[in-house]
Design a protein around this ligand. Structure first.
Ligand code: SF4
Ligand code: SF4
Length: 201
C-alpha cells in the first residue's frame, strides 16, 4: 500500500525516544544522492574524497557506482550516531534518513510513500499527514530534484548496461566526477543543467 502527500500514515515516532534501530545494520541501503553529499560536506567540512572509507562508502547499484552511508565495524552503526543514540547531524541528515519509517517509490512520474512497519519496532507511532512528516526546507525544488534524479539514474544505468567492464569503470568515474566530487554554488539549478547535458551528450 502506498500513500500520497495528503494521506495520514502511522509514521510519527515521537522523537524516537532513545531508539536508534534504523541507524544500525543498514548495510549499503542508505544510498546518497548529490544533495545528501552537499549536506554532508557542509556538516563535516570534508570533501567527497575525504569522506570515502569513513562516513561513506562506494558500491555498485545495478550498473552505477553510488555512495552510501557507511556502517562502522564497531557496533555496526552509522558513524554519525552519538553514544547517546542520537543523530549528530540531524538537521543535515540524508534524504532516506529523513523519511524513516517511511520509504519512497516512484509511480507514474510521482513520488509515493510506504510504511516500513517491520523495520521500525516502535509500536507507539501516531498518525501524521505524509507531507508534514517528509517536509524538507527546500520543498518543491527538492522534490523535483529527487524525481529527476531517479529518472536520470534509471536512464544512465540502462545506458551503461551494454558497456564492457573497462568502459563501465571509466564511465562511472566520469559520472562520480560530474555529480559527486564537484562543488555546487546553486545546487538545484546546476544539477538540473548537468543532468540535461549528460542526457544530451
Ligand atoms: S545520518 Fe543520522 S539518522 Fe541517518 S543513519 Fe546516520 S545517525 Fe541515523
Ligand atoms: S526504528 Fe523507528 S523509532 Fe527507532 S529510530 Fe528508527 S524511526 Fe525512530
Amino acid at each position: 500500500m502506498t500513500f500520497g502527500p495528503n494521506d495520514m500514515v502511522k509514521a510519527d515516532c515521537g522523537d524516537c525516544k532513545g531508539c536508534s534501530d534504523c541507524c544500525h545494520g543498514m548495510g549499503d541501503s542508505i544510498t546518497l544522492d548529490p544533495y545528501d553529499i552537499v549536506r554532508l560536506k557542509r556538516v563535516t567540512g570534508k570533501t567527497f574524497e575525504q569522506m570515502i572509507g569513513f562516513e561513506i562508502q562506494l558500491g555498485m547499484k545495478g550498473y552505477l557506482i553510488l555512495p552510501y552511508l557507511r556502517m562502522k565495524e564497531q557496533g555496526n552503526c552509522c558513524s554519525f550516531l552519538t553514544e547517546e543514540g542520537r543523530c549528530a547531524i540531524h538537521a543535515e541528515r540524508p534524504g532516506i534518513c529523513r523519511l524513516f519509517p517511511l520509504g519512497r517509490v516512484y509511480e507514474n512520474g510521482a513520488i509515493r510513500y510506504f510504511l516500513q512497519g517491520d523495520e521500525c519496532k516502535n509500536k507507539a507511532r501516531t498518525k501524521i499527514k505524509v507531507k508534514k512528516w517528509v517536509q524538507v526546507p527546500e520543498g518543491k525544488e527538492y522534490e523535483d530534484f529527487v524525481l529527476n534524479w531517479h529518472a536520470f539514474l534509471e536512464r544512465t544505468s540502462e545506458a551503461f548496461s551494454s558497456l564492457s567492464a573497462e568502459e563501465l569503470r571509466e564511465r562511472n568515474m566520469a559520472f562520480l566526477r560530474a555529480f559527486y566530487f564537484r562543488s555546487y554554488t546553486d545546487f538545484f539549478c546546476e544539477i538540473s543543467e548537468q543532468m540535461k547535458g549528460e542526457s544530451n551528450g
